[in-house]
Design a protein around this ligand. Structure first.
Ligand SMILES: Cc1cc2nc3c(=O)[nH]c(=O)nc-3n(C[C@H](O)[C@H](O)[C@H](O)COP(=O)(O)OP(=O)(O)OC[C@H]3O[C@@H](n4cnc5c(N)ncnc54)[C@H](O)[C@@H]3O)c2cc1C
Length: 420
């Protein structure tokens, strides 16, 4: 890297020192491509600052692996707490001697002279290639109908939520039943508060299947390695909610039946809030049936794979699970002004933030247009997004294959342009 007249010149810039950016850095170093990783906070910033207190990974420890770095502790089937995840990723950054510049926020990236001008709050850089690894979950996606929630009800989103004590005493409406929604509904219910959970489209999975972690099956059967260009409707696959899974030492299954049994009231998707009343969709039965059916199909896929790979396979007998039970009565509306509900927790997903990216590669909804992480602007790449190149792309163990592919492409681009 050369410094000159306050503008630094470097071949490549990586935005973000989460696991994805660090994986890219490892491969860039492996190819001797001069680069720098810019990080607005510290390494593993999202896991330090943007997760709730009790969160553990839902992926087992044995699956925590990055290029040349993997979990080697005594509990391969356990699930890391947030401090453990931070240690794991920080350990990776140290091991690979990643050139990270922390507390440096990228405020603008735009094209210049066949490369890119990267402006940060610490100065300016010029580079030939950029890898955007700034995360898929920078902002909580909260529906506009939040505006109609009465002001007497406290609203908290999944990035702002830390623990139940932060909520006022009384009833809580949790909106969304993906991994985040079911975990928060469970935790808040355990704190003694009445919880209503608004359930839309969701992905049901048992924690263990035939004696193995369900994510072992995802990996062994090849489901997680499925490439983006082999998936029929990749746009839809990229928008699918995260599976209803939780990582606990007891390897608990956290599905809607379990939540119902714990006293959580299930209602349909939150359709709107009108005159202070939350109105829920009547399609709960259909949502349950669809999620049960998809789970059955996935288990069939695992069984089929097991049949054809049975030699030496240590798995239990085929299992099937009770369908999701319809509540005896399901409310279609709830008066948010009555005092029954004192807070709403929006577990309605996350989205990336590219407000600082001044290259025409972002669609109207704020998502990157890309082909497996290769953007329409030469030398510009992305990592860490859902189903970027494979179904596993957004997970820690998905970064290795994607980062290698992306850096291969980047290296090819540089050599075609003629590296200086
Ligand atoms: C609640 C939750 C639970 C999850 N659980 C699991 C799990 O159990 N297992 C699993 O494998 N995955 C899990 N994931 C998914 C995934 O691993 C995370 O989203 C992960 O953080 C993505 O890694 P990343 O490196 O792509 O992004 P991030 O970890 O978000 O890293 C992006 C980095 O970019 C930095 N950054 C952003 N904008 C700028 C800027 N303008 N300038 C400089 N720096 C910037 C951020 O500070 C951050 O450090 C979970 C995600 C969430 C939200």
């Amino acid at each position: 890297m050369q410094r000159g007249r306050d503008i630094e010149h470097v071949t490549a810039v990586v935005v973000g020192a989460g696991h994805a950016g660090l994986a890219a850095s490892r491969y860039l170093t492996g190819r001797s491509i001069d680069h720098i990783v810019l990080e607005r906070g510290d390494v593993a910033n999202s896991w330090r600052r943007e997760r709730w207190d009790s969160l553990r990974l839902l992926t087992p420890n044995w699956q925590s692996r990055l290029p040349g770095h993997r979990y080697e502790g005594p509990d391969p089937d356990g699930f890391m707490t947030m401090p453990e995840v931070v240690d794991f990723i920080t350990g990776f950054a140290k091991m690979s001697a990643a050139p990270v510049r922390t507390h440096t926020t990228v405020t603008s990236i735009g094209p210049v002279d066949g490369g890119y001008r990267v402006v940060t709050d610490q100065g300016e850089l010029r580079c030939r290639a950029v890898v955007l690894a700034s995360g898929a979950c920078n902002v909580a996606s909260v529906p506009a109908l939040q505006q109609a929630v009465p002001s007497s009800v406290r609203c908290v989103d999944a990035l702002g939520y830390r623990n139940p004590e932060q909520l006022p005493p009384g009833g809580v409406l949790v909106v969304g039943a993906s991994a985040t929604g079911v975990q928060l509904a469970d935790e808040i219910r355990r704190s003694g508060r009445p919880v209503t959970l608004a359930v839309g489209e969701h992905v049901r999975l048992p924690r263990t299947y035939r004696g193995r972690d369900v994510l072992w099956w995802m990996e062994a059967s090849g489901v997680w390695d499925q490439r983006y260009d082999e998936i029929g409707d990749v746009v839809r696959a990229r928008r699918l909610p995260s599976p209803q899974l939780v990582g606990t030492p007891e390897r608990t299954t956290l599905d809607l039946n379990m939540l119902s049994a714990a006293g959580v009231e299930l209602v349909g998707r939150l359709a709107t809030v009108r005159d202070g009343r939350a109105l829920f969709s009547g399609g709960l039965r259909n949502q349950f049936a669809l999620a049960d059916l998809k789970m059955e199909r996935l288990l069939d896929t695992f069984d089929e794979w097991a049949r054809t790979h049975s030699t030496g396979l240590d798995v239990g007998p085929v299992e099937r699970f009770a369908p999701t039970a319809m509540p005896a009565s399901s409310r279609l509306s709830l008066d948010l002004a009555s005092g029954e509900i004192r807070s709403v927790v929006w577990a309605t997903g996350f989205r990336p933030d590219y407000s600082w990216l001044h290259v025409p590669v972002v669609d109207q909804k704020g998502y990157l247009r890309h082909d497996g992480g290769v953007l329409e602007a030469p030398g510009l790449y992305a990592l860490g997004l859902p189903v970027l190149r494979r179904r596993k792309s957004t997970f820690i163990h998905g970064a290795e294959d994607d980062a290698r592919d992306i850096v291969d492409h980047l290296a090819g681009y540089l050599s075609r342009q003629g590296r200086s």
